[in-house]
Write a protein that binds this ligand. Structure first.
Ligand code: NAP
Length: 323
């Protein structure tokens, strides 16, 4: 293909996609990166403080880090377009990637679409979204100066973002359904030691209430079954993530939660398609693992493309396809 089409389309501009872009551009592949949001960086760009990405002895802001990745990729000539992908079709051995704005014929694809926050499913959550129910502390935290807010969840996101919120809010409650955090040890210790944070263990949010704006939460202790009410101006929900893989239709094999299954070369179930980062079925979802996968996926995609180029050259010199 290549002439008129692409050798590689990278879908998603978080750390995995941008790293794939750096490697693919340095391999001089004919490549484009398609990102749905005007700003690249994915969920990592919405993380205020990144402390566990190697190479930075002081914490770095997620947006700053992913901006550096974008600039680095563009320095090597990566074309980044702000277009959401809504469908991918397989055509023979090639693919067509469709966005609202156009079509991208390509020989290979790296899916690096990451994941998005899961909703809690509590009554009132949907109705009060944007009125105090939020999934982004970086975006909305500064609105809650000196107010009392709640964070729901016990993973890295919930605990990390609760710590971030202490910069603005007068008090931050963390409501967690168990009696210990899933978040890493250092984050957990920091939250437990923070005077502005009160942890409500073994408790779930049963409903969210307010007239246009969040006013209070109904809570239930899952051990004692005791019910209570908590007055807060905002509730930040961090109860896990779901992969952005719906646009793939039935193209690739996914696990039971919708994450893309790959082998250890990051090849998905269809030849020519690779997956990297948080949209992939795997144990550890971190910026550090996403960039490694982006690099690997681009390396293996390059091998695949070189093999195809070689085969095409052979066919042209022989005058027929030697199967
Ligand atoms: P997560 O690790 O899956 O944690 C989700 C949390 O929400 C868990 O504590 C879980 O409780 C709780 N939860 C799930 N469903 C719930 C429900 N219906 N009601 C109440 N609580 C519920 O998700 P995450 O924190 O968003 O992180 C996603 C991935 O990104 C993880 O792999 C994480 O390590 C990574 N991450 C990394 C960083 C970083 O390295 N800086 C920052 C953020 C996220 P249980 O503990 O009881 O299951």
């Amino acid at each position: 293909m290549a002439e008129g089409g692409y050798e590689l389309v990278i879908i998603g501009g978080g750390p995995a996609g941008l790293t794939a872009g750096i490697y693919a551009s340095r391999s001089r592949l004919k490549c484009v990166l398609l990102e749905a949001n005007p700003l690249v960086g994915g969920q990592a760009a919405l993380t205020d403080i990144v402390e566990n990405y190697p190479g930075f002895d002081e914490p770095i802001n997620g947006f700053e880090l992913t901006e550096k990745m974008r600039k680095q990729a563009e320095r090597f000539g990566l074309e980044v377009r702000n277009e959401p992908v809504n469908r991918v079709d397989k055509v023979g051995e090639d693919f067509i990637v469709y966005t609202g704005k156009g079509e991208y014929p390509t020989e290979s694809i790296i899916v690096a679409t990451g994941s998005e926050p899961r909703h809690l499913g509590a009554p009132g959550e949907k109705e009060l979204r944007g009125g105090g129910v939020t999934y982004c502390a970086t975006c909305d935290g500064p609105l809650y100066k000196e107010m009392e807010v709640a964070v729901v969840g016990g993973g890295d996101s919930a605990v990390g973002e609760a710590l971030y919120l202490t910069r603005f809010a007068g008090k931050v409650y963390i409501i967690h359904r168990r009696d210990r955090f899933r978040a890493d040890g250092i984050l957990s210790e920091q939250a437990i030691a923070d005077d502005k944070i009160e942890i409500i263990w073994d408790t779930v949010v049963t409903s969210i209430h307010g007239e246009g704006e969040v006013e209070h939460l109904h809570l239930k202790n899952v051990k004692t079954m005791e019910e209570s009410t908590l007055d807060v101006a905002g509730v930040f929900i961090y109860v896990g993530v779901k992969p952005n893989t719906e646009f793939l239709g039935g193209l690739l094999k996914l696990d039971d939660r919708g994450f893309i299954l790959t082998d250890d070369r990051l090849e998905a179930s269809v030849r020519g398609v690779f997956a990297a980062g948080d949209c992939r079925s795997k144990v550890l979802k971190q910026i550090a693992t996403a960039v490694g996968e982006g690099a690997t996926a681009a390396f293996v995609a390059n091998e695949y493309i070189q093999e195809r180029r070689h085969k095409r050259a052979e066919t042209e010199s022989l005058g027929y396809d030697q199967k």
